[in-house]
Structures are given as structure tokens and as C-alpha cells.
Design a protein around this ligand. Structure first.
Ligand code: KG4
Ligand code: ZN
Length: 339
């Protein structure tokens, strides 16, 4: 079954053609990073306009790269939500128009389920049930992924998402957008113990997260000491920008790893996965790997390019939904939803 996936929930206009949920025939992403960079975050109105500009060329390129003619597609899948509603509407409208004109089934995909299904794009396929850490710019949550297609929420953030904390702290540091990538790069080889940032912990066994206290602690440090200068590691009494980045990142990663392992233990499961933009983080991937070995768990990580927003995961998720429920009636009436 060949599915065209379309994703426009935030700041990437993406389309991909995927066969049977696994074989990637094309994968096109038009990034809007240069558009939003000057603002240090996504500007929703600009995102909608750029999606409008990019959507047709991106879909055309995905079809051309795949060598699959539009008429040969078996279905069209699109991210329905959550996300920026104006941005989602562009993808949803394009997908509806194509489905109607080509008389193909339309499969709506929940963006979070798209990220979760990216776990099946790892080298080996996870076996349900498994624990999935969804960690992105908009979400930080733990799910139990069941064989019947249900994603059972075990715990989520009470305030900021981890990616949001990365982005906000990077903005204060003035090191660029998206912040997670900038912090990840700076932290390589630096000292994660240079500053002891707080780790939020709730009652025993809680699988909830909180990152606003950490964000405030990082902002307070900068207010008191100024933005750390790059490359001054080892100088008496000074903290380098790299050490700051590594210490902040370690505080985020510590909590993400600890709760993912705790979720597996509490549910008695032996498989864990991490998906979403922050799952591209080098330190998180390494630390999850070490923790999985120590706890005798199997770890599933999608390749880095399928952690951040993409349309392959949307087509893959649609395939698995189709396998379970087949065609649903009334899909041309579907609407985008923000939350
Ligand atoms: O999944 P995603 O592309 O979009 C959402 O659904 O939110 O995630 C974007 C988030 C941003 O906050 C970005 O800073 C973060 O993922 N991110 C990273 C890395 N790459 C992207 N965070 C930490 N380390 C990275 N390497
Ligand atoms: Zn996403």
C-alpha cells in the first residue's frame, strides 16, 4: 500500500511517499528555520503563509522523487492536529483537494501518534506493548503503546515541554533557533557538572514532568552572571557557554531518562522508545542507551531525521491505522484541530 503523507503542523512543510509503512520512496522537507530564526521562535502567521507557498512544490517533489504517479497512490494521509491551526489548515486543505480530485481515501493522523509511530522506523521494530517517551517542542509525555493501536498516557509535563525549555534558554543565550540543536552542539565535550541546575521531582512514582523551574534557574543564572562567554572553560571562577549548555542539557536529560526507565519498571515492560524533536539530542540518545543496558531494556530510537517533524512518520502512522480500521466514511469533512 503506497501512501502520500503530508505534514504542516508547525514550521516544516513536509511530504513523503511510503510503501507499507516502512519503505521510504521519497521524503521532502521544506524548513522554515530561516524565516523564524530572527524571532527566536515560530511566528504562526508567517508559518501559515510559508506553508501556502511551499505545499504544492513539496508535494510535487515528493511524488517526482518517488517515481509514483499521483493516480497510483493508495491513500493520502495528513496531520490533522495538534499544532498551529492556520498551519494545519494548509496541509489539510491540500490533502482534501487531492483526495477529492484523485478519488483516493483520506487518512487523518494525530501528530503525536505520528511521532510515536516513528519508533517503528528504528532499525529493529519495537514489539508492543512498549513505553514511548514523546519529547518535542510542544509535548513531553510518556505513553504505553499497545498492540491494539491505543497510546495510553502515563504522565506528561505540568508546564513547559522539554523542547520549549531548550528553545527559551537558547533564546536568552542568543545562540540561535531551534535552541535544542544549538545547545546539543555546544555541549559536546563540555562539563555537564559545571552548574548543578535543579531537577524537578514530584511524589514517588510520579511520571509527570516540569521544566519551568529549570528554565527559571537558567535565566536567573544568566541574570546574575551574564551570558557565559564561549571557550573560557577551565579559567578560574568562570563558566563557559559550552559548560552552561552541557549542564542545562544534563538537567533535562537526567529527568527524561529517569522517568522513562521508571515507566518501564512500573508497567513491567522491557521495551522503551524515544521520539520527537528532542529525541534527536545526542546526549539523550547516549544516556538512554546506557540506562537501557543497565536496566536490561531494549531501546528503540528512530534515525535522527525522523525525530524532528517529517511526513514519513505521518504516512507510516496512517498505514498502521489503515491496517486496523480501514477506510472511514466522511473524511472529506474533517477539520484541523489545534489541541
Ligand atoms: O518534533 P519537533 O520537530 O516539533 C514539534 O512537534 O514540536 O520538535 C522540535 C523541538 C524544538 O524544541 C527543538 O529545539 C528540539 O525539538 N530539538 C532538539 C534537538 N533537535 C531538535 N532538542 C535537543 N537536541 C536536539 N538535537
Ligand atoms: Zn512534532
Amino acid at each position: 500500500m503506497v501512501i502520500l503523507g503530508i505534514e504542516t503542523s508547525c514550521d516544516e512543510t513536509a511530504a513523503a511517499v511510503v510503501r507499507d509503512g516502512k519503505e521510504i520512496l521519497s521524503n521532502v522537507i521544506a524548513s522554515q528555520v530561516p524565516v523564524h530564526s530572527p524571532y527566536g521562535g515560530v511566528v504562526p502567521e508567517l508559518a501559515s503563509r510559508k506553508h501556502l507557498e511551499y505545499i504544492i512544490p513539496v508535494v510535487e517533489k515528493a511524488l517526482a522523487d518517488s517515481s509514483i504517479g499521483a493516480k497510483e497512490l493508495d491513500a493520502i494521509a495528513v496531520t490533522q492536529g495538534p499544532g498551529l491551526v492556520g498551519a494545519l489548515l494548509v496541509g489539510v486543505s491540500a490533502a482534501k483537494a487531492m483526495a477529492y480530485a484523485l478519488d483516493k481515501p483520506l487518512i487523518p493522523v494525530n501528530h503525536l501518534n505520528g511521532h510515536i509511530q516513528a519508533a517503528f522506523l528504528s532499525d529493529d521494530m519495537p514489539q508492543e506493548p512498549f513505553i514511548c517517551l514523546v519529547v518535542s517542542g510542544g509535548h513531553t509525555a510518556l505513553y504505553r503503546v499497545d498492540a491494539d493501536g491505543n497510546n495510553v498516557l502515563l504522565g506528561a509535563t505540568r508546564d513547559d515541554a522539554a523542547g520549549e525549555a531548550f528553545d527559551k534558554v537558547a533564546k536568552i543565550l542568543g545562540i540561535g533557533y531551534p535552541g535544542g540543536v544549538a545547545i546539543d552542539r555546544l555541549a559536546v565535550g563540555a562539563d555537564p557538572r559545571a552548574i548543578r541546575f535543579p531537577r524537578s521531582r514530584f511524589e514517588k512514582d510520579s511520571l509527570e514532568f516540569s521544566f519551568s523551574g529549570l528554565k527559571t534557574a537558567a535565566a536567573n543564572f544568566i541574570r546574575t552572571h551574564g551570558v557565559p562567554a564561549p571557550g573560557c572553560a577551565g579559567e578560574a571562577g568562570s563558566i563557559s557557554l559550552e559548560d552552561f549548555a552541557a549542564s542545562f542539557q544534563e538537567a533535562v536529560v537526567d529527568v527524561l531518562v529517569e522517568k522513562t526507565i521508571a515507566a518501564a519498571r512500573q508497567c513491567g515492560l522491557s521495551g522503551i522508545a524515544a521520539v520527537g524533536g528532542v529525541a534527536a539530542n545526542g546526549r539523550l540518545r547516549a544516556r538512554l542507551g546506557e540506562a537501557a543496558v543497565l536496566s536490561d531494556l531494549r531501546l528503540y530510537l528512530p534515525p535522527v531525521r525522523f525525530c524532528t517533524d517529517n511526513a514519513v512518520m505521518i504516512a507510516a502512522a496512517a498505514y498502521r491505522t489503515w491496517q486496523r480500521v480501514g477506510q472511514q466514511p466522511g473524511m472529506l469533512e474533517l477539520d484541523a484541530f489545534s489541541r
